[in-house]
Every structure is written in C-alpha cells, then in structure tokens.
Design a protein around this ligand. Structure first.
Ligand code: SF4
Length: 414
C-alpha cells in the first residue's frame, strides 16, 4: 500500500542481505526457532533480534546493542536497527565529542514514541557526584530525553576505589528523581577485579566489560562472570572482536595459515569469522547483550543475521578460536593492567595506550586515538621513551612486546 511502511520479513531480509554479499550468513534463517534468547512466534517470522533478561532488573534487552559510533547524519542506521529489534543503544558523553548523543536526540525528536522502547545507556568518566549530575543533565539534554535506562561510570579500573558510598548515594538520588533507572559501570582494564568487587556491593545493576573469545576462557573472567550473574548484575560484552593493538600484528593474524583456515572453515558453515566471534559470546547465557560498533547497514545486517542464526558453534569451532587466540596472543592486550603497570617504575597507563593504538590500527578511528592519547599527561609521553619494560614483558600473559608497541604508538599519535 503506497505510503505505508511494510515490515521486513525474514524472506525479504535474506534477499536484501544476499544482494549485499551476505547470503552465506543467512542459511539458518529459514528455521523459525531462535538460537539465542527468546522471541515470540510472530517475531520469529520477522527479523527481530532476540532478547535476554538483563540481570535482576526485570528488563529484557536485545542481545545485540547498537554501539556509539553513529553521527547525526546516520539516522537510517538508527531507524533500521530499531526496526530489526536492536533496541539497546549505548553511548557516552565523550563519543564524537557529544555528537553521538546528539544523533540519538535527533532520532527521538523525530520518533518520540520509540524512546520508551529503547534501553538507553550513556556514561561519564567521573566519580565526582557533582560532576555526575552536571554530565547526566547535559547528556539528557543532548538526547532529548528526561531519563536514561542505565547510567555507567565510564572506564572504571578499580571498583574498590571508584565506587564509593558517595557514588552510591548519588545513584540512589538520581533514581529517585527519575533521571536514571539503573546504575553501573564500564571496564576496559582489570575488569575481573572490578566485577568481583561489584558483585559484593549489592547496588550495581549492570556492567559493560571487555569480553571475547580470548578472555572468556580465562579462569578469572569465568569466576567474575559467575559472581556477577549470582549477584543479579546484568552483563554486556564489548570488544568482542578482540582486535589487535598495533598494525605490525596483522602478520600474526588473518595472514597466517591458522587465520585463513579458521576463516574458510566458518565460511563453509555459513558465517564469517566476525559472526563466529559474536556467536561464541552469545553461547554464554550469563551475557545479556553484545555491544557492537555498527557504523553502517552492512555491519548491522551481518550482526543481526548472526543473532538470528540458530546453528551453534561446534566444539571444533571453539577449539579453532582458542588455538587462534593462543597463537596471536602477543597482538592482543587482555587489560590485566595490574600486572604490567606495577612492574614499570614510571607511571604509564600501558593498557590504555595499547587500546588507543587498537582504535587507530584495528578500528581505523584515528580521531578517537589521537584525542585519548593527547589527553595523557605530558610526563607520561616522556616516560614512554625512558621506561624499562623488561619485567613487565616477562610477566605479561600475552607476551606483548610492550616497549616496542608503546614507542611506536608515541611516534604515531604525538
Ligand atoms: S600489556 Fe600484557 S600485562 Fe599489560 S595489560 Fe596488556 S596483556 Fe596485561
């Protein structure tokens, strides 16, 4: 009917995605049974991403979350994400200097009825209650909404230190005023320690942490996930592609025989390696959602297809991923900063700098890498050249050539 928007059926979705070269990912869509999470019979006939409970909040969230990379002009991706059931949206006040929040605000101005159907998360990197209030108010204004569903403290690296009683009181007040529904934090380094600490606190509703096929097999991460799950904390996985920290690691990545064989094996089964890396995370039912930076329709459709794909990874598939993780370990920083940073006599945020290098090389996001690197205190940059990394390199569980990567990053981002 002219003028009416027709809902995308699973058949249409297969046709469109096939035309985009994603056909091989869609074979399992012919089944009406979902592999991950739950969906109604009607939804199973449409392209709707399944949902899972988010901790003990009583809210079900889409197992795929839209990460904060979109700009004001990317309204089509927001719209299509919403229509496909990607109704968990993640942002932060710092993303694109506030422009990602403004892009969300523009969407809610045009589609105000969608606001209550989206699980909206934003973050601020401070533990100071007064600054939290100011930053939250500014975020709400940019996003044209009176409340967010979840408010995170961004980049928590030591929950014991940062999640103080003052922060708890602030979160309770913000909830009572109706500005936030839930409260938690995101963690890129020392995630496991902070997760274990949060599980003891009793007032943390959700955590978003680095979690992927490399980290999920580690004992300490398994213990942390279990503790949070037992405490009713909702968990969102980020950095699920476990990208390399510097470009010279590409030679131990996809160019190796291991990488190529693994990719060919997944393609024969109907999905890409990137989709397999999502699927292995969803196989842990304690992970409510995966936050993925979906900057265009191609990535959005491929990730949605992965969430609908009912084929589970075989034990052999998981072993291949594990073997690949072991062989390429020196390219990936696992965020265990409490190990290396205590073994270097100068104060250098090693794990953060490796992450900035990853944004630059693996994500191609030089702007963010430059912004973060150039926010480091000046003495850190001087220390990078002076420091002795021998002990840190000896004990780094990933065998990273820390000094080499840091010096290269200094050269590239200064
Ligand atoms: S450099 Fe090594 S020890 Fe340091 S955070 Fe990364 S993986 Fe852990």
């Amino acid at each position: 009917m002219p003028g009416k928007t027709k809902k995308l059926s699973r058949r249409d979705f297969i046709k469109t995605a096939s035309a985009m070269g994603l056909g091989s990912t869609l074979i399992p869509l012919s089944s009406s049974k979902m592999a991950y999470g739950s969906s109604s019979k009607k939804e199973s006939e449409e392209v709707i991403v399944p949902k899972r409970p988010y901790g003990k909040t009583g809210v079900n969230v889409s197992i795929l979350a839209l990460g904060g990379v979109l700009n004001i002009s990317d309204q089509l991706v927001f719209r299509q994400a919403f229509k496909m059931g990607v109704t968990y949206w993640d942002t932060a006040d710092s993303y694109a200097w506030g422009n990602n929040e403004k892009a969300i605000g523009k969407y809610f101005t045009k589609f105000p009825n969608d606001r209550d159907k989206v699980f909206l998360v934003t973050k601020a990197s401070t533990s100071n209650p007064q600054k939290l209030t100011e930053k939250l108010d500014a975020s709400l204004q940019r996003m044209n909404t009176p409340y967010v569903d979840m408010y995170f403290i961004h980049y928590v690296s030591d929950a014991k230190d940062e999640l103080t009683n003052d922060v708890k009181a602030w979160a309770e007040k913000a909830k009572s005023k109706g500005k936030i529904r839930f409260f938690g934090f995101s963690a890129h380094k020392n995630m496991e320690n902070s997760m274990l600490e949060a599980a003891k606190l009793g007032w943390i509703d959700g955590i978003m942490m680095s979690y992927n096929y490399r980290l999920m097999v580690k004992d300490e991460m398994q213990r942390a996930v279990e503790a949070c799950s037992n405490a009713g904390i909702g968990l969102t996985a980020m950095k699920t592609q476990a990208s390399f920290s510097a470009n010279f690691y590409a030679s131990i990545g996809s160019e190796t025989d291991d990488g190529m064989k693994m990719t060919e094996n997944f393609l024969k089964k109907g999905y890409t390696t990137e989709q397999a890396k999502l699927k292995v995370v969803w196989e842990n039912p304690n992970i409510a959602s995966i936050c993925s930076a979906m900057s265009n329709m191609t990535i959005l459709q491929a990730n949605v297809a992965a969430s609908l794909n009912k084929n589970r990874l075989s034990e052999g598939d998981k072993q291949r991923l594990e073997q690949y993780a072991q062989r390429t370990a020196p390219g990936y920083c696992a965020g265990c900063a409490n190990i290396c940073e205590s073994l270097v006599d100068l104060n250098i945020p090693i794990s953060d700098i490796l992450r900035y290098s990853m944004y630059n090389h693996s994500y191609g996001d030089r702007d963010t890498a430059l912004r973060l690197f150039n926010n480091l205190p000046t003495d850190v940059k001087a220390y990078i050249l002076k420091a002795d990394y021998s002990k840190a390199e000896k004990y780094c569980p990933q065998n990273i050539e820390i000094g080499k990567v840091l010096r290269k990053t200094l050269e590239e981002l200064s």
